[in-house]
Design a protein around this ligand. Sequence first.
Ligand code: ADP
Ligand code: MG
Ligand code: MG
Length: 878
Amino acid sequence: TKPVYAFEEADSKKRMLLGGKGAGLSEMTRLKLPVPPGFTITTEVCNKYYDNNRKLPKDVMPAVMKNIAKMEKKTGKKWNSTKNPLLVSVRSGAAISMPGMMDTILNLGLNEKTVEGFAEQTKNPRFSWDSYRRFIQLFGKVVFGVNDEKFDHVLNSAKTKQGVTDDSKLNVESLKNIVSEYKKICEAHTKRKFPDTPNEQLVLSIEAVFKSWMGERAIVYREKNNITKDIANGTAVNVVAMVFGNMGDDSATGVVFTRNGNNGKKELEGEYLINAQGEDVVAGVRTGKNIEFLKKDMPKSHKELSNACAKLEKHFREPQDIEFTIEQGKFYLLQTRTAKMSASALVKTSVDMVKERLIDKNNALARIPAQQLEALLHRTIDESKIKNHKQLAKGIAASPGAASGIVVFDVKKAIELGDAGNKVILVRKETKPEDVPAFFSSEGILTSLGGKSSHAAIVSRGMGKPCIVGCSELKISYENNTCTANGITIKEKDTITIDGSAGTVFIGEVPTVEPQMTKDFEQILDWAQKTKTLGIRANADTPEGAKLARKFGGQGIGLCRTERMFNGSDRINLFVEMIMAENIEERSKILTKLGQLQKSDFIEILQAMEGYEVTIRLLDPPLHEFLPNPEELVERIQKLKASGDTDGVNKTEIILKRARELAEVNPMMGHRGVRVGITYPEIYEMQIRAVFDALVELTKKKVKAHPQIMIPQISSIAELNHIKKIYDSIKKEMEAKHKMKLKINFGTMIEVVRAALTANELANTAEFFSFGTNDLTQGTFSFSREDVEGKFLPEYMEKELLERNPFQSIDVNGVGSLIKIGISGGRGVRPNMEIGICGEHGGDPSSIKFCHGAGLSYVSASPHRIPIAIVAAAQAVI
Ligand code: ADP
Ligand code: MG
Ligand code: MG
């Protein structure tokens, strides 16, 4: 491959090589759409640049200059000319779009001499000097790393001095002053003269764009969005002849989505600014005019825009996000890419495009990132409760969903507070791309400036975070850490609620409700249900969870954790008493009471899942987890002593003694699961009996219940057989007593490495398997799942020792191999054995893909992830 391709010669299918922006520009050129001439320096060059100690390979600049010469021909302008200078933009663009995360420089080619030529050529000195000052600002920021605020400061004082509020009203004299001030800022920063030749400027800009690939915000963005090297490796650089939206009132610039990115409606959605440059719209500093007004302002351009949108959508079969610029009435396209949309917009456009016959059902399913659907299952504002809350302000709805949290104005603080577990609403005048890391730590984002097409809005949409922009009623003071609207002042850490679907901001925490499924979402799920072959069950421990799972399309419960039931406020004390019991008689008495409670829980859950399997796992955690920890007890005793409550002291001391007896150094590998069942058989007996009791009662009521009993932490067939004997005797007893056949499958978790390796033995007794991938991952890596995330894992990822968190996405090579061994062991003995997985991985799309391929019967995920799992399972088939 060559280092540089002109738009007309590049093969636009090669996105990895050209980046998304480059590929889009060459494709549009090929479609004969009006794109300014230009060329792409490939991502390969970017990688060579890094391999080469951050130096451009020798062949790059000669190739660049050849292509600049081609541009001169096409535009009739001349590089570095004092009469008719060619100006270019230098733009980043990786294979996966990372809006605003990397750098771009505009108006390159201007210096003290060419700016005069430019003024002559355009007959517009004001405009020329404005372009020049914009260039220095961007160049200074991107190439030299000058703090933007320094430039803003100069700009603002110039405006004050001249007595204007609008950038576009600055006169030539002011602009010349600004230029000289800007240069001084750069020169003070770099301690060298501002580079004046276009050649020098171009090399530095190309290098700066390559550097921005390894800039902090780009790295964070890739990490958080799982953009790995196999899908985007380095950025390309696009050099594009400048066109000017700031050449007067017949010029404009804007961004449109071919369909509404917030709700998916088939309408152009976007904004434009008259007499402005693209950066003004996308940087989120100014709020543009709604695109519908363009029809009146510039009817001819509006028509061209609509036609281009239709053509591009039809060509790419995806809604597009388009940047355009109108230079003195002439319409240009500067970018097109697949529009990033909210989850609800993705769903609606999928259904609509199938109706329009633009795509088929498989395409419709495949184009939805399953992960993103989670946002649709987020709770929404309870409309009936709004009246109890004061509305603070209203802005532009930029990303749907509701979020409550404490107001934080400072980006760093938002990260700190958010990561410490607080729910934060980030409130800013505007958000710059460098603020994006704080989005991840916030529940929602609220800005007083900016429009829907700002990078901030688009990024938050992709993350599924509620976002309101352009909330101009809100006056923010960073100095006082307050914001004010409609006479009400909100301080830092006050609680507010934002409704990103309506654009409204409320004071306090507005209650939320479970989301409604839209018709379109139901349609997508219906297609997915019909396409997938993998079963989807729920991890649910309560009747509510079971009902929700069913509503979302779950077919059965893959994991009902019985210990969760003991944590209920009406029974935790009983359970503690059971642990404290001094002898077996006393313990049995308490267990009988607990058995009654479990039975009624099981009845409700089985009823909610009528017709489907419900896998009930017997007690798993170590007993001491139910007792307060010793330090806490010691404190309690001290307090009781101080208050003179000797009775209380004695009682608590007994608990403390027991807690110390039960404490373990390594509880995750300790006295838990079946090991508790073996040493305290009465506990498992009670639980097994409660399942049988529930089945008896439901059978009598003609409810079709299908409970299954599952034993945790099994490592050997001997353990399993030991419990099976207890099960058998209870079964026999119950069947005799109630004179009915009672079918309850008996199976085991496979979550201990040894269990996976000896699955062929376990299958002689176990009627089904369920992989507990959390513990299995822990055992396979010897990573404590409770500790890794806070300790070394982030560094492992940073140093690329691990590509993904193995607790989130199944480690295919290691844990995956154990799963395959387990499956073949099990099915070798029982060919149709039901084998599933429960554990966090059950709701993770890439793990689901693996599970489908491995031939599992089902995955089990938490109720809110079931729709994701259904769609991901369908995608695994497509
Ligand atoms: P980003 O990836 O941050 O959107 P872009 O490379 O798309 O960066 O450029 C930023 C802004 O500058 C966009 O609004 C774009 O339309 C505008 N722009 C880029 N190149 C040109 C050009 N040659 N002429 C006019 N405007 C341009
Ligand atoms: Mg862009
Ligand atoms: Mg486990």
